[in-house]
Design a protein around this ligand. Structure first.
Ligand SMILES: Cc1ncc(C[n+]2csc(CCOP(=O)(O)OP(=O)(O)O)c2C)c(N)n1
Ligand SMILES: [Mg+2]
Length: 358
């Protein structure tokens, strides 16, 4: 016998090449729907740039850019039905908007966060900062749906760095063993802060890791909105039909800094960033739409102006929402507070009032 690597056998699935030419099978989407996907992608980019500007003016908290990742964020959420669940990290904010989160609520999240502003009917979990845990939450929601016999599907999405966490591996294991109706998406943007993808796993692709858990997987070009949409639609419907989980790796790139607290010039080359800029997901999709006469440059300018206006209005609304009370998060941590948590709450309030505490 010969000990050898299992052939990953995967090239990223593509429908549009970098020039925006059709190289695969078009998903069944009306012209109106295609334009709406494009608008969401523009909204995502403008939103990201706006929050960074607000952070620089002291009007928003730390924020992670999503520029370059708009196709993955929009494509992973667009095929979901209203009753389906979505559990994301801090990087897929535009996915939440596609699922119905009002823009002012999302902007408010970068001034503070209180769950009462968060509509429960959109079936989105709050943004997860603790790396990888949302994958377990998605699998849990999917297992609950399966046990209660409804046709709800859950989507969990994390980054390439999250795949090294125990939680990610446990989520895949549970999903496989219990055949949960879940789609687990790894948004591989090349970096986990300053740690490159190749230091996360020796596996040739992150999608290839599904095999070890008995989960079918797909590698998709994450800067190709149509490919991400088509793959997600198929995986979601597979789950809904009782055929179990799917692991999806979307290959994309974080063009901006990890967050407003990061300086990526310290660990990666400008050449690498420029090479990925040339694969911009918005340019690619726009070229396709122009080639199909779905809109023209003038309409594009109008669309971008309308998106910017929508964001400015949402910022005004978010800035008139009352600031959250500093101790309000204790109200949402558990049904009743243990003595230790009550003590911590009192300590926090004392600190806020006097500037002194433990
Ligand atoms: C459990 C845990 N460990 C460490 C961190 C600090 N941290 C925040 S973001 C990040 C990198 C995550 O990289 P990746 O999963 O690739 O997601 P990306 O930021 O690239 O979208 C780390 C280590 C954290 N938030 N949670
Ligand atoms: Mg990453």
């Amino acid at each position: 016998m010969a000990i050898q690597q299992i052939d990953p056998g995967m090239a990223p699935y593509q429908i549009l090449d970098v020039e925006g030419k059709l190289v695969g099978e078009m998903p069944d989407l009306s012209a109106e729907r295609l334009l709406s996907l494009y608008r969401y992608m523009q909204l995502g980019r403008a939103f990201s740039n706006k929050i960074i500007a607000l952070q620089r003016q002291g009007r928003a908290t730390t924020f992670g850019s999503l520029v370059g990742q708009e196709a993955t964020a929009v494509g992973l959420a667009a095929p979901l039905q209203p009753q389906d669940w979505l559990a994301t990290s801090y990087r897929e904010l535009i996915s939440l908007m596609v699922k119905g989160l009002p823009l002012p609520t999302l902007i408010y999240a970068f001034r503070g966060f209180t769950p009462e502003h968060y509509p429960s009917e959109i079936h989105c979990l709050p943004i997860q900062i603790v790396i990888g845990t949302q994958m377990l939450h998605a699998v849990g929601l999917a297992m609950a749906a399966k046990i209660s016999g409804d046709k709800t599907v859950a989507v969990g999405v994390c980054g390439d760095g999250a795949t090294s966490e125990g939680d990610f591996n446990e989520a895949l294991n549970f999903a496989g063993v219990f055949q949960a109706p879940v789609v687990l998406v790894v948004q591989n943007n090349g970096w986990a802060i300053s740690v490159p993808r190749h230091k996360q796993s020796a596996a040739p692709t992150l999608a290839a890791r599904g095999a070890g858990f008995g989960i079918p997987s797909v590698l998709v070009d994450g800067n190709d909105i149509l490919a991400v949409y088509a793959v997600m639609q198929q995986a979601i419907e597979r789950a809904r039909a009782g055929q179990g989980p799917t692991l999806v790796e979307t290959l994309t790139y974080r063009i901006g800094a990890h967050t407003t607290a990061d300086d990526p010039t310290r660990y990666r080359s400008p050449e690498e960033v420029e090479a990925w800029r040339a694969k911009d997901p918005l340019t690619r999709f726009k070229r396709f739409l122009l080639s199909r006469d779905m809109f023209d440059e003038e309409q594009d300018r109008q669309l971008i102006a309308a998106v910017e206006e929508e964001i400015n209005e949402a910022v005004s609304v978010a800035e008139t929402m009352p600031p959250m009370a500093p101790d309000s998060f204790f109200d949402y941590t558990s049904a009743s507070l243990s003595p230790r948590l009550q003590e911590q709450r009192a300590d926090l309030l004392r600190y806020v009032e006097t500037g002194q505490g433990e």
